[in-house]
Design a protein around this ligand. Structure first.
Ligand SMILES: Nc1nc2c(ncn2[C@@H]2O[C@H](COP(=O)(O)OP(=O)(O)OP(=O)(O)O)[C@@H](O)[C@H]2O)c(=O)[nH]1
Ligand SMILES: [Zn+2]
Length: 212
């Protein structure tokens, strides 16, 4: 592998909170060597023109798809918490989720809907999707992803309650295996006030509303 491998531009977007050290330890080269073997083992000819740069592309793609390991979700929230006297539910809904199941390393993707009731502090709105990404861009199961987002927001922001609903399609269930094309998996996790039916119902009604 040549030494002039550079980090693609898009990766600039994903740092900001922690330096991406993984790129600095020859990881692209190491992963590329492994992906070269993968190409051979699946019966391809890695020397043909279209595949010459594929191991390196795969390495960069995999590092991007797992960049959540380089992010610290607690720091992300801590970086933008503001004292604010607002005590109603705050909901950020329809947040795109892209993750990979830890069983097959195939994508699962869909939407997350996150709500919290402030307890003296609100958080910068963009930080909520950033927290979703920090946990989603790793090898995951949807249930753990859901709980990790809930726990991080609860422990860092200390709100009166947190609600998380995630709806995803799993490619390991559609393009292989049981081959169910239309099934969607929904998971949810709640704390505090959201454990009460009235609050939970308000949240669930608001995320199903098509108004916004
Ligand atoms: N609970 C949960 N299961 C998941 C998730 N992603 C993938 N799986 C499941 O992980 C399971 C792994 O089961 P195994 O029997 O070990 O693997 P497999 O032989 O490839 O299973 P099939 O997918 O049924 O062919 C499968 O049932 C997947 O559907 C997830 O996010 N949550
Ligand atoms: Zn899977």
């Amino acid at each position: 592998m040549n030494n002039d491998t550079h980090i693609p531009d898009r990766d600039d977007d994903i740092s900001g909170y922690q330096k991406i050290d993984r790129y600095n330890h020859g990881l692209i080269e190491k992963l590329s060597a492994n992906y070269l073997d993968v190409l051979k083992h699946i019966g391809e000819n890695p020397e043909r023109e279209g595949l010459l740069k594929t191991p390196e592309r795969m390495a960069k793609a995999m590092l991007y798809l797992t960049h959540g390991y380089d992010l610290n979700a607690t720091e992300i929230l801590n970086s933008a918490m503001f004292k604010e006297d607002y005590s109603q539910m705050v909901i950020v809904k329809d947040i795109e989720v892209y993750s990979m199941c830890e069983h097959h390393m195939l994508p699962f993707f869909g939407k997350a809907h996150i709500a919290y009731i402030p307890n003296g502090y609100v958080v910068g709105l963009s930080k909520i999707p950033r927290v979703v990404d920090a946990f989603a861009r790793r090898l995951q199961v949807q249930e753990r992803l859901t709980n990790e987002i809930r726990d991080c927001i609860q422990q860092t922001l200390n709100p009166i309650g947190v609600g998380v609903v995630i709806e995803c399609r799993h490619l390991c269930m559609s393009m292989r295996g049981v081959q169910k094309q239309n099934s969607v998996t929904t998971t949810s996790a709640f704390t505090g006030e959201f454990l009460k039916e009235k609050t939970r119902t308000e949240f669930l009604n608001l995320i199903s509303s098509k108004l916004s």
